[in-house]
Every structure is written in structure tokens, then in C-alpha cells.
Design a protein around this ligand. Structure first.
Ligand SMILES: Nc1ncnc2c1ncn2[C@@H]1O[C@H](COP(=O)(O)OP(=O)(O)OP(=O)(O)O)[C@@H](O)[C@H]1O
Length: 115
């Protein structure tokens, strides 16, 4: 049952990120709120697809960020300029996704909420 084991490990990774990372919890809460809003405002299928892809992008970036932080903390627990580059760049990737998600949220929801 290698597929099942792989699935379990992947799930364990996600659960670790959700439990340990405050930002992941925050983004998950925002994602559930956005999905609820999408349901309430009866967004079209394509709009829901865009929303789900955007949410997946943010959460995926957060998970990679957590993975990279773990590697850096393991190989470079002491200060090192390259460790800083790695962590800052990974955090930057999350920021790019989060800002883009704000833009997507604005386009999908703003006008409908004002009506
Ligand atoms: N070993 C290190 N060498 C150099 N700079 C580091 C190192 N560890 C952390 N930093 C710097 O401190 C910042 C914050 O690092 P930290 O590990 O606390 O991540 P974080 O973004 O606060 O994540 P979290 O709050 O999820 O643990 C990094 O973005 C980096 O600039």
C-alpha cells in the first residue's frame, strides 16, 4: 500500500503546517471565508475555479515555505547570509501569492458585495 503510505505522509505534512504555522491557519481561515462568500454570492463555475486555484497557490506557497524553513534550520541553525536569502525568498514567494489573492478577491467579490 505504498500509495496509501505516501498519502498519509503528505497529509501529515499538511497537518504539521496547519498546526505549527500561524500564517497557514490565517490563510486557511481566509480561504474558508472566501469559499463561503463565493457560495453565498453564487459565483459562476469559472469564478469558483479561479478562486480555488488562487487558494491552492497561497496554501502551497505556505507549505513550501515551511518545508524550506525546516531545511534551513537543520543545515544552518546559526546565522548565515545564504540562510537569510533562502528564508527571505521563500517568504517573498508567499507574499507574491497573497497579494495576487487579494487582487483576485477584489475582482471576484467587490462589485457583487456592493450590489
Ligand atoms: N539561520 C539564519 N540565518 C540568517 N538569517 C536567518 C536565519 N534564520 C532566520 N533568519 C532571518 O529571520 C527571518 C525570520 O526567520 P524565521 O525562521 O523566524 O521565519 P519566520 O518567517 O518568522 O517564520 P515562522 O514565524 O513561521 O517561524 C528570516 O526571513 C531571515 O531573514
Amino acid at each position: 500500500m505504498r500509495v496509501l503510505a505516501a498519502f498519509r505522509y503528505a497529509l501529515a505534512g499538511i497537518i504539521y503546517c496547519v498546526r505549527r504555522e500561524r500564517h497557514v491557519k490565517l490563510h486557511l481561515a481566509a480561504a474558508f471565508a472566501a469559499i463561503g462568500l463565493a457560495w453565498w454570492l453564487e459565483l459562476s463555475s469559472i469564478e469558483v475555479v479561479v478562486l480555488l486555484m488562487t487558494i491552492a497557490g497561497v496554501i502551497t506557497a505556505e507549505i513550501f515555505n515551511t518545508a524550506l524553513e525546516a531545511i534551513v534550520d537543520k543545515v544552518s541553525p546559526e546565522y548565515h547570509p545564504l540562510a537569510k536569502v533562502a528564508k527571505d525568498a521563500a517568504a517573498g514567494a508567499v507574499l507574491v501569492q497573497a497579494v495576487a489573492a487579494l487582487g483576485v478577491g477584489y475582482v471576484l467579490f467587490w462589485d457583487k458585495l456592493l450590489k
